[in-house]
Design a protein around this ligand. Structure first.
Ligand SMILES: Cc1cc2nc3c(=O)[nH]c(=O)nc-3n(C[C@H](O)[C@H](O)[C@H](O)COP(=O)(O)O)c2cc1C
Length: 368
């Protein structure tokens, strides 16, 4: 059963024992103050070490890159040390883990920003209908509309690229096996890619190549730290939330796939948009991604083991990532192996809180 899904695959410098990837999942349980990963976080990830590869929850590369309270960072010594405990726990259980490097751009609020300033974006355009999560001045948490951002000056962009490099260096020191540059889901890099959110007239706006420039600069900076065989990228062409409406979503994804191939990146991770109300990706576009990217290609979004097996068997993907199934099933791979039933995830405990809905989903065999 699932002979393709449960077979090994090399992803750059790392060999996965199976092709079941744990998708990046924000769980908003970082230690406070300081957004530092905790022992509880280490337990959660270690429980899921049976995944071929774990991709960490999105992790901000700077305070400016934060858009939600209680998400972990990777820009202080304490955060680096917290992540080192997580990677150690995952490795002790025989697993592998990538750090998802995140800058939210305009999906933020002055309450989260350094000195209470405006969030930054390619252009001063608010993300229509988008929310972020803050702790208000009276101490109560709330989902609030994202604030009007200010447009980044051209000469600020090298600093952001450098923040990606510094976070990558910290990821390496913290023991991560790989890093994933988060260029999906309407956050900063996606805001540069998308035709509606990027109205710039400098070399980071206008043409598709210009809109892609910051993505490639960030990737190159991360590669310079860790080597291309330890770097992947997540894209979400046709994603429509967070105010994104990209007229060239497919063209830019294929252009980037070519550029990533030239750089011999370890993997390209496609977050399909339909799980969150977006359109379905066409078969032609999937095939084009496959043709343009020569590394390991991962798809994610609404998969079952059967659909993942079929996609890998036909060569349409090398691996498949699972999000919500991994929230509820720490031993997801073992359940696939045995054809066992899956626990159902409880969305009310996805974000925030403690053990409940985080580390208390039952495995088939109790630990030990
Ligand atoms: C609670 C939750 C948190 C998520 N956090 C992230 C994240 O931090 N980074 C990211 O790229 N995608 C994130 N996603 C999207 C997932 O990685 C994945 O694309 C999505 O859940 C669809 O896959 P699934 O149907 O297997 O759950 C999140 C999804 C959920 C449900």
């Amino acid at each position: 059963m699932y002979t393709h899904l449960l077979s090994p695959v090399a992803v750059g410098a790392v060999t996965l024992p199976n092709r079941v990837v744990m998708a990046p999942l924000t769980r908003s349980r970082a230690g406070q103050p300081g957004d530092v990963p905790t022992e509880l976080n280490a337990t959660y990830y270690a429980q899921r070490a049976g995944a071929g590869l774990i991709v960490s929850e999105a992790t901000q590369i700077s305070q400016q890159g934060q858009g939600y309270a209680w998400t972990p960072g990777l820009y202080t010594d304490a955060q680096e040390a917290g992540w080192a405990r997580v990677t150690e726990a995952v490795h002790a259980k025989g697993g592998r883990i990538a750090a998802q490097l995140w800058h939210v751009g305009r999906i933020s609020h002055p309450l989260l920003q350094p000195d209470g300033g405006a969030p930054v974006a390619p252009s001063a355009l608010v993300a229509e209908g988008a929310k972020c999560f803050v702790v208000q001045e009276d101490g109560t948490p709330a989902n609030v509309p994202t604030a009007m951002p200010r447009a980044l000056e051209t000469d600020e962009i090298p600093g952001i690229v450098a923040d990606y490099a510094k976070a990558a260096a910290r990821a390496g020191r913290a023991g991560f096996d790989l890093v994933e540059v988060h260029a999906a889901n309407g956050y900063l890099l996606h805001q540069f890619l998308s035709t509606n959110s990027n109205q710039r007239t400098d070399r980071y706006g206008g043409s598709l190549e210009n809109r892609s420039r910051i993505v490639l600069e960030a990737v190159d900076a991360v590669v310079a730290e860790l080597g291309a065989d330890r770097v992947g990228v997540r894209l979400s062409p046709h994603f429509t939330a967070h105010g994104i409406a990209d007229d060239e979503a497919e063209a830019s994804a294929l252009y980037l796939a070519d550029e990533f191939s030239r750089r011999r990146l370890a993997y390209l991770h496609i977050a399909e948009p339909d799980w969150a109300g977006g359109p379905k990706l066409s078969d032609d576009f999937r095939a084009a991604l496959r043709a343009h990217f020569t590394g390991v290609l991962i798809f994610c979004g609404g998969y079952t083991a059967d659909r993942a097996e079929a996609l890998i068997a036909t060569g349409g993907a090398d691996a498949v990532a699972f999000g919500r199934p991994f929230i509820a099933n720490p031993d997801l791979v073992e359940r696939f192996r045995r054809g066992a039933a899956l626990n159902e995830p409880d969305p009310s405990t996805f974000y925030g809180g403690a053990e409940r809905g985080y580390t208390d989903y039952p495995a088939l065999d109790p630990e030990g």
